[in-house]
Design a binder for this molecule. Structure first.
Ligand SMILES: [Fe+2]
Length: 358
């Protein structure tokens, strides 16, 4: 005859079974929804300062491959950083993309990124194009080059950054604002190479040589050269290549009047910069954020940077069909570390303020 269990034992057994069921249930649940909200929400909140229409293809392809939907906020560099500061711990940002080493460095020191440990990122992105603490990674690169009016300027008078500040180029120089990250980074590189006194002298020479007060973006400088208002100007390479690839007759006319120079080929090499990003400090979808950064190093994404926005891929072996970009060749590039350029931007801004380079 079956002995009946004391009520205490029955209760204990019941409790144990209940706990086992909970644990099993928990495990099953964990297998379906492994990483908190990441798997429940196939979403990535992207804060981007990249302002290139061709990036649409990049984002669409990521969603196609992973099923992760991208919510995108696009802002200028500084407003974007300001928004992250204001949102603080409540920020929904998962990934932050910025377009210059100066800004990446600023976001890093302000603690707006969280460090990422990723074998894929560390293997694919060269060490000199990422931060040393895993907070940000460069995904594409660009160079700051010189364009000049072929009708009235001799290329040998403007083939280095230093020569643009020479008195012989008085009244010829057009430039965007000195405080723009692209300029701050260039001046940060000059600071590293020339030291503070010579860099300040250079900035003073630039102000003295200006054909007009700083205004507009890089494309406006190229147009200024074509119209004859400017003799010489600085631009990032992708703006130039965009015009070269354009079928628009107006753009073709501009390109026909403007000469292109790789600066400092006989000396220190051309100034390089990167566009890059990292995982936001309080990313709600951390795993999706890492997946996105890793996707940006894939062969397909790398070729989008080149074919879409005329930037150079940073991953070794990436291929591009962009003939206009390839036609620029492989010039001598400067070897100033990207992180040093970022760090120098405060000193660069002080110089600009002192010499009145707006
Ligand atoms: Fe740009």
């Amino acid at each position: 005859m079956k002995r009946s269990m004391p009520i205490q034992d029955l209760l204990e057994l019941g409790l144990r079974r209940l706990m086992q069921a909970t644990v099993v249930g928990g495990l099953v649940l964990a297998a379906v929804v492994p990483a908190g909200s990441d798997a429940q929400e196939r979403v990535l909140n992207l804060y981007s300062a990249r302002h290139y229409q061709t990036d649409e293809a990049l984002y669409a392809d990521f969603t196609k491959q992973t099923g992760i939907k991208i919510n995108r906020i696009e802002l200028g560099d500084e407003p974007l950083l300001q928004r992250l500061r204001t949102e603080g711990a409540a920020s929904p940002a998962d990934v932050v993309l910025l377009v210059d080493a100066a800004r990446l460095w600023r976001a890093q020191i302000e603690g707006l990124f969280q460090p990422v440990q990723s074998k894929v990122l560390n293997e694919r992105i060269p060490a000199n194009l990422r931060s040393n603490d895993g907070t940000w990674y460069g995904f594409s690169s660009r160079a700051r080059v010189i364009v000049y009016d072929k009708a009235r300027v001799k290329p040998e008078d403007v083939d280095t950054y230093e020569k643009l500040a020479d008195p012989k180029n008085k009244g010829r120089v057009c430039t965007r604002s000195g405080s723009h990250p692209y300029m701050l980074s260039l001046i940060g590189s000059l600071l590293e190479r020339l030291g503070p006194e010579k860099t300040e002298e250079w900035a003073r020479g630039m102000v003295a040589n200006m054909a007009r007060p700083p205004r507009g973006g890089d494309t406006d400088q190229i147009k200024g050269v074509a119209s004859g208002e400017c003799g010489v100007a600085l631009t990032n390479t992708y703006y130039w290549v965009r015009l070269v690839r354009s079928e628009d007759p107006t753009d073709k006319a501009i390109v026909s009047k403007v000469g292109f120079i790789w600066p400092n080929q006989a000396t220190t090499g051309t100034h390089m910069n990167i566009s890059g990003g990292g995982v936001a400090k309080n990313a709600p979808h951390q795993a999706n954020a890492v997946a996105f950064l890793e996707y940006l190093t894939s062969p397909k994404a790398q070729s989008y940077f080149a074919d879409g926005n005329n930037e150079w891929p940073v991953v070794k072996g990436a291929v591009t069909d962009n003939k206009a970009l390839s036609a620029l060749g492989t010039p001598r590039m400067e070897d100033v570390p990207i992180s040093t350029i970022g760090k120098n931007q405060i000193a660069a801004q002080r110089i600009l303020d002192r010499v009145g380079y707006r």
